[in-house]
Design a protein around this ligand. Structure first.
Ligand code: FRU
Length: 473
């Protein structure tokens, strides 16, 4: 019973083997469990963490509460892959063990230095009287891919930040280390604290990152920053009041990006006024971007959000990670393309028919759309999730699903269409997730959906192919 807060801080040692078996059974019998997305074998997954490419492998960690579909005692779980087709399961990577992370190993990043993978994360500690204390922790991954040598690098926030201070992100510029940490300022504005130094042990506070955004929420989480072809690109997840419109910021919390001049490393000014919502769907948060050996920037996000109860919670698992996407910046916009490797997941290929029966809920559509089109993923009862356009805007409609959830945030999402003419879009469906890449990757909808016994795709204004996709689990 997780309404009792105490139970959220239990760990694997506190529960019986039977409890774990029961969770695993429920998960394996859940028809909504994805087949080619990274998902927890039980319990709750949230943010991707520590994404890094090292010695031939992409390392992917994620926030994990093992015991149920709630936000409890957070661990890091670890998987890795060479090709995004075959994955190695490394199991638990980080577990609370010290006073500084006694109530959770929160989000963070990884980087390679002297051919070793270094990890930085937030230690979450609750005092006897319930005060939050968050500090930034460094650790090292060894050849066996175990993480150890936890050490405190930043014990507390700067004076003008409150106690929620987390999600360290590192980048190196001209041999200096820069660290961004997300937080809440005492004046009620979300911000990023910037640190700089010759090494991780030698970081000095430089002030809050200055931007031209104005107030944007009360708390900023999960920063990322990179420079690309003379631009600086900043990504973070602000919580709180956002400029909500029909097209923007309809989820409980959003993730945004901004493209500007590279951050001024002396004044800590990031010269950008415009920011954009990264994703137009219902379930996307806290993405991370890393660079691989081919200089590709790869984004993986949390395919979920923090305030909703999901229909699958009863089966003791929650959420998955998004597919990996290659990122480009074009005309100040972020372009997301499904990673090339994913084509290797394809099994059979079929020409899309207006009424197309499907045997299985895990597939990809590669389709040419017209000005007007409509595509419904449905069952025999007519329950459906519908993606459509009138030429001016896209619309993702979840109001006719078998199981509705998070209705308080609405059941429809819209995005202005960037390409009005006919073009190709790609849609990935994995039992209960949808990732729709339109406008050549400029507009992306990431969502969960719940249709019992999904068996038909009905479409108008659409031609192209359906590919079966192989499972990775
Ligand atoms: C974002 C977040 C992070 C935090 C982590 C805890 O979803 O709230 O800010 O580090 O989740 O699981």
């Amino acid at each position: 019973d997780f309404t009792n807060r105490k139970n959220r801080f239990l760990s694997m040692q506190d529960i019986s083997a039977d409890y774990v078996i029961e969770m695993k059974n429920k998960v394996s019998n859940d028809p909504y469990y994805p087949s080619y997305h990274i998902a927890p074998k039980h319990g709750l997954l949230n943010d991707p963490n520590g994404l890094v490419y090292h010695e031939g492998r992409h390392h992917i960690f994620y926030q994990w509460f093992p015991l149920g579909p709630v936000h409890g005692l957070k661990h890091w779980y670890h998987v890795s892959t060479e090709d995004f087709i075959t994955f190695k399961d490394h199991g638990l990577a980080l577990a609370p063990s010290e006073k500084f992370d006694s109530h959770g190993c929160y989000s963070g990043c990884a980087y390679v230095k002297d051919s070793e993978v270094h990890v930085l994360y937030t230690g979450n500690h609750l005092t006897e009287d319930g005060q939050v204390e968050q500090s930034q922790i460094h650790a090292l991954m060894n050849q066996e891919m175990e993480i150890s040598d936890k050490a405190l690098v930043l014990p507390e926030p700067p004076d003008h930040f409150k106690e929620n201070f987390r999600d360290p992100f590192i980048f190196v510029h001209e041999e200096e280390y820069y660290m961004l940490v997300g937080g809440e300022q005492t004046n009620g504005c979300g911000a990023l604290a910037v640190y700089k130094g010759e090494s991780i042990e030698d970081l000095h506070y430089q002030g809050a990152l200055q931007t031209g955004f104005g107030q944007l929420g009360f708390m900023w989480e999960c920063p990322n920053y990179f420079e690309d072809h003379g631009h600086g690109v900043l990504i973070f997840s602000p919580q709180g009041e956002m400029p909500k419109t029909k097209y923007d910021y309809n989820n409980v919390f959003s993730s945004v990006y901004a493209v500007g001049n590279p951050m001024d490393k002396k004044t800590m000014f990031f010269d950008a006024v415009e920011y954009q919502e990264i994703d137009k769907g219902f379930d996307f948060y806290a993405p991370q971007i890393y660079k691989d050996h081919n200089d590709r920037r790869i984004l993986i996000g949390w395919l979920g959000n923090s305030k909703s109860a999901y229909p699958t919670d009863k089966n003791m698992w929650a959420h998955m990670l998004t597919l990996p996407r290659e990122i480009h910046v074009k005309n100040q916009r972020m372009i997301q393309t499904p990673l090339e490797e994913l084509q290797e997941l394809r099994s059979f290929q079929e020409t899309i028919r207006p009424v197309h029966e499907i045997q299985n809920g895990s597939f990809e559509l590669e389709i040419q759309i017209e000005k007007d089109f409509e595509i419904s993923f449905m069952n025999s009862e007519g329950d459906a999730v519908v993606f459509s356009s009138n030429g001016e805007e896209y619309c993702l409609n979840r109001s006719q699903m078998t199981q509705l959830y998070a209705e308080a945030y609405g059941t429809v999402r819209y995005a202005r269409r960037q390409m009005n003419s006919s073009h190709w879009i790609r849609i990935f469906t994995d039992q209960s997730s949808l990732e729709i890449f339109c406008d050549n990757g400029e507009t992306v909808f990431t969502s969960r959906f719940f249709i019992e016994n999904l068996n038909t795709i009905r479409s108008t204004g659409v031609t192209g192919w359906l590919y079966g996709l192989k499972a990775i689990h």
